[in-house]
Write a protein of this length. Structure first.
Length: 215
């Protein structure tokens, strides 16, 4: 006996709500774990000079923390941009997002590795591949949803679909570029490649604003 379509729609919406909750939870926990990885000095009989020395030694770790935090925040923003356009969620779309969340949950561990071995090319490779993994599955989820109009809240113009697709593709492309920088140029320049996120997102926002209808 066939199920009532209204029942299927309600179930899909419930699955989408649960996916949104677990997505926010995984992102929040990952951001918190990044902060908990920062070291604290032994507060017993510590002189001001020793505290200053400790803080100077923590600067590389703080830099890595800020970089990872911003990259995760970019992914979360991109995820929000996709989620607000979904109407329902089937099994394949659900698994695309869950596999992407696997990479988000793995990032605190990779971040810890990078703090300990910041100039080791293999560690940089794992870090970049983990970030690219998150972005690739986010992009696959969006492309899949675009091919199934019933998954989307409203029919989207081709240009808007392209904008969201490019937004999802920016991060994995830059992560893959960073691997080339580490392996072909120098591990010393690897972290600077992530600065490309700033002009890339800036240009994307300018494009989106130019496409927005004037009130």
């Amino acid at each position: 006996m066939d199920q009532d379509p209204s029942t299927l729609t309600a179930s899909s919406r419930y699955s989408l709500q649960r996916l949104e909750r677990i997505t926010d939870l995984v992102f929040a926990v990952s951001l918190l774990l990044l902060l908990l990885q920062l070291d604290l000095p032994n507060l017993q009989q510590v002189s001001p000079a020793e505290i200053n020395h400790f803080l100077r030694d923590q600067l590389p770790s703080l830099q890595i923390y800020i970089t990872t935090f911003v990259l995760i925040a970019f992914y979360w923003q991109s995820n929000l941009s996709q989620m607000r356009r979904y109407k329902s969620c089937d099994g394949l779309l659900l698994w695309c997002h869950l596999l992407g969340l696997m990479g988000v949950a793995f990032l605190p561990y990779v971040n810890n590795l990078l703090e300990r071995f910041p100039l080791v090319a293999s560690v940089q490779l794992i870090y970049s591949l983990t970030l690219a993994h998150v972005g690739v599955f986010a992009l696959l989820a969006w492309l899949y949803a675009c091919r199934r109009p019933e998954q989307l809240l409203l029919p989207l113009p081709s240009l808007e679909r392209l904008v969201v697709s490019l937004e999802a593709a920016i991060e994995p492309l830059i992560c893959l570029l960073s691997i080339s920088v580490s392996l072909l140029i120098s591990p010393d320049w690897w972290e600077w490649s992530f600065l490309l996120f700033l002009p890339a997102y800036g240009l994307m926002l300018l494009w989106q604003n130019s496409l927005a209808p004037e009130e």
